[in-house]
Design a protein around this ligand. Sequence first.
Ligand code: SF4
Ligand code: SF4
Ligand code: FES
Length: 903
Amino acid sequence: MATIYIDNEAKEANPKENLLHACLSLGYNVPYFCWHPALGSVGACRQCAVKQYRNEQDTTGKLIMACMTPASEGTRISIADPEAVAFRAAVIQGLMQNHPHDCPVCDEGGECHLQDMTVMTGHRERSYSFGKRTFRNQYLGPLVNHEMNRCIQCQRCVRFYRDYAGGDDLNAFRLRDNIFFGRAEDGVLESEFAGNLVEVCPTGVFTDATLKKHYTRKWDLQMAPSICVHCGLGCNTSVGERYGSLRRTVNRYNHEVNGYFLCDRGRFGYEFVESHERIRYPLLNGKSATKAEALERLGAILREGNIIGIGSPRASLEGNFALRQLVGPDRFFAGISDHESQLLSSILCILREVPARSPSLSDIEHSDAVFILGEDVTNVAPIMALKLRQSVRQAPMKLATDLHIPEWLDHSVREVVQEAKGPLFIATPYATRLDDIATVTYRAIPDDLARLGFAVAHAIDPTAPEVTGLSENLKNMATQIASALTSSKQPLVISGTSCRSQSVIEAAAQVAWALCKKGHPTFLSFTTPECNSLGLAMMDSRPLSAAIQAVENEPATTLIVLENDLFRRAAANEVTSLLKSARHLVVLDHTESATTEAAEVVLPAGTFAEADGTLVNSEGRAQRFFQVFVPSSDVEEGWRWLCEVSMAAGVESRAKWQGFDDLTTVMAAEMPAFASIPLVAPARKAAGKIAREPNRYSGRTSMLANISVHEPKPPDDPDSALAFSMESGPEPAPSALLPFFWSPGWNSIQSVNKYQSEIGGHLRGGDPGVRLIEPSSQSDWQYFPTIPAAQKPTPDKPLVIPIFHIFGSEELSRHAHGIAQLVPHPYIALHSTDASQIGIKADEEIKLAIGNSSFEFRVVLRDDLPRGTIGLPAGLVPIEDFTSSTFATLAPAKVESTAGGAA
Ligand code: SF4
Ligand code: SF4
Ligand code: FES
């Protein structure tokens, strides 16, 4: 650490950082615009000026930009110096010259960094009385709104969008004081991370278009800490409600997980909570019923006995465990296909047994050589892709370090590094959005991808089994990948379930194990398909086919399905037959589906916004989400319904819990894998509650006055340390329980600065989440002996490849109003040579047969697909149970298909 002097006070600072970073870390208020902790410094806005002195005797000093000056030993600065204060006020006056001062109608109002900095600098009066520069705004799609007149030219938007996130359809146009930030023409922003502009832009140029539809002032939101449910990464979010409806999602900083950013699926997917497909009241045979009627019917049904429970990877640990308790461990099933269950079990076993550690997303960002095997990371685990874009900067950063250029001096670093990228190898069945930064890409069917992986392992450690029959090209590629991984400081191997291939997963583990054996500390990351896939796998339950078997064996069975549309898990005929064979079908879910349609009893389960629960992300980190508001309908947490149901049925022996704390305690006691679940979020009951509503929350006494002039008592929250009110206990909230970031004078999301132990570092008190899986320290893991043979599928019997879409492949976000507009129509993708070989053209309808099912879709030509394959958009076609060896047959739409052919 270095000693620096700020207004004559000696302070300790990190000499590798700049003075703005140091001042903010030390708690000083220094205004800034263009600097961002994740983007570094460019010195564009001149807002962070301070006075620097040569030594103690220097009383004159000179103005410097704090963000552009290192916090080196002995540095002396003054923030309070009158010349610095006047300079900062003059700067903001200049920046505001063309600003429309339209705060009352600005969606950023009340949470605006520009407002905060204006107040902080003391700029109070406008002296400019001439006409203002104006721009035409653009239509940027259904998610992000554009109002260019509010721009202060800080350049953060283009730096984030282009330099950080790799987008190329947003730019700065024109010159001097007439710069336009937008697209070359109107159109949907193409980046999967465009929504971050809403938080990155310090003014109201880019705002949340979904919030605009049901706008409320930001300080009127009741908020809770939450976890994104739209992929397996578990990004931390803060979600806000007003008048009983969910209004928006913003990022909740967690240094180890998402850091400062979310993907657009995660930011805008929340709208599914308010979709027309929501289930808000119990249904008996499709008709609305009261809660009492539903419980009475359920009590009678459950007393008949023979109950089977089917859980879900999109339900919380607590929901799944409550169902398991109700029906008994032997009668609880995981509700996923056999194949997915097998893949997830393998992943879990590998993560526990191979000494390679599953990295946090922060670890991924700092890895300096990466090998991706089989995953379209951008569309499956989007924020991981954003982290990988930063990871390729790790190795070339040495060029800047050698020239003594600090990492935060962004423009200079980019000048030195230019287009240099660290090693990133991508082996996938089709082209991905990360290919532009890859060292080498390889396109092949899953078995061939696995063969490359096994060859890399052998090249690292010749005692690993050898792959025979590889081409010279592939042998060289394997050697190149092995060499890059072994010469890096922190190699990372990424794979997952997307290819639905056991061999691909084993090959990734083989590479990681070979690296570990050779003494390279290695990260091994597997993407998992849903928000609690790994948590459900840790319950060690049997898959859906076992449930089907159990119902066949006992036809008079009652089936309880928790938050799961089984038609997304197995062939429609199998599911239909399962649901029909059960005497009673009871479904707890929040969103209508083919499964809820078939149910005798439907209970309205809470979404993440109306429930507390724990999810285990793909890293193995358990994280808690909290109820944002109490719904006015009959919606309740799945686990609470199950408690009430067991009481209604008199199944007392299993109802060992009444509330959330009891439930987690019982789960921790009964399942050793979840022993630390009660620690995921501290109870903190004795020291008072934590307010979900900010101090500035308005209208509490009058917002329901149209119903009754008597202000209702805020609802109790017996399940967490949070309160549905503005009243908080005296101590700061623990990091896992922070509903929102706010600090006096800091009303924008930048107030997170006040919660970090160091700017850009860990949250004070530690980042939320508890890791449940740690690698073995002394592994006797053996290499996988079986390497798949090379295959050559043919166009007449093509291999099916799932193609993932950030908008559409995930079940819940498809119901979000904004995202629904961006979901592609179902299609069949074919290589153009294969298409012409079988006489099919682009946009023609084609008939596809898989097993006993057949469908008609439009043809899209994609030459990035391997020959002899067809690509089907995952989640968008009614075929969910295919594996890495599912074949199809194709025929022109007008001709009846004759052959089945699932392998
Ligand atoms: S649009 Fe926003 S982020 Fe971009 S330059 Fe203007 S104020 Fe800065
Ligand atoms: S990356 Fe996944 S968890 Fe993170 S915001 Fe996007 S969908 Fe949500
Ligand atoms: S924040 Fe330092 S010049 Fe912009």
